[in-house]
Design a binder for this molecule. Sequence first.
Ligand code: AMP
Length: 349
Amino acid sequence: MKTIGIIGGGQLGRMLAMAAARLNFRTVILEPQADCPAAQVANDQIVAAYDDEAALAQLAGACDIITYEFENVPVAAATLLARSKPVYPPPKALEVAQDRVTEKRFLNESGIETAKFHVIDSQADLDAGLADFGGKGVLKTRRLGYDGKGQRVFNGDSPAGAFAALGGVPMILESFVPFVREISVIAARGQDGAIACFDPAENVHRNGILHTSTVPAAISGETGTAAKAAAKAILEALDYVGVIGVEFFVTADGGLIANEIAPRVHNSGHWTEAACVVSQFEQHIRAVAGLSLSDGARHSDCVMQNLIGDDIDDVPEWLAKPSTLVHLYGKNEARPGRKMGHVTWLTRA
Ligand code: AMP
């Protein structure tokens, strides 16, 4: 039996480990927090920091293939592992996704439109950038932002002190995109170069965190085809293996503006476990293990909703609803903003 190493022990690692088990793979999790969500369902856990070289050597020794469940895996760690064992997705995907400026340049070079942007290294850069965008824009830290953290929206308000307030770290100022909806495409590329896309999901965020994903998205056939084509171009440009999530803004005329890429399974793809024959998690395991990909076919329409913090108290009501799948992450403490689980209900089967 082959063993897959997973860097990161959160809910995404947990769902990957469960999918891996169904295909007869063992899993080992590298994660500093003991008894993490992924380790609860995996064969083993190495309790250590992601950049602990001895732990990385132990992981490489214990596994045949290595993957990861979050995009802030240190590139040096992934590169080190790749010297002794296959690491998928390729470490280059981490490099691109970890820095919003590198990411936008990569997307633009791949022929994919993004928001206009300025690189911000000082308050003066911010003042000049905002002036260029007519006082409107979204300021984000280049690195380590997630779920809307490390961001500030400007709508004509004064930028005074904003650079220091966000930590004085390297930032990006994006033009404000007047979108009518947000969608994402979950796509996969196998070791043989085959590509399969799931249907685009329409995503609604609350307080910067994904609230619901609805499939099908209320977009035209052309917009859906264009979103899948963009995902395909990204996968090919990165010589990618595994599942990727690509988020887009949709404008009033049906145009697409890419927001960000996630080189991993993605929260907006959780619906696939209820509405597709093969979920994004199994698709990722198939890709990294060199197996045939599923075609990504969907048999039902559905809505996925995250259970955040105290939403976990509503589980008995969700369980009582028809055609509803409840998936919980094994987290003991329900802190505000913490993803505790998700539910997916079928709206048309
Ligand atoms: P992000 O962390 O880049 O995914 O941004 C979080 C959310 O902020 C997005 O899902 C959008 O709702 C909003 N947002 C981010 N960037 C922009 C932008 N350039 N224009 C308008 N809204 C944005």
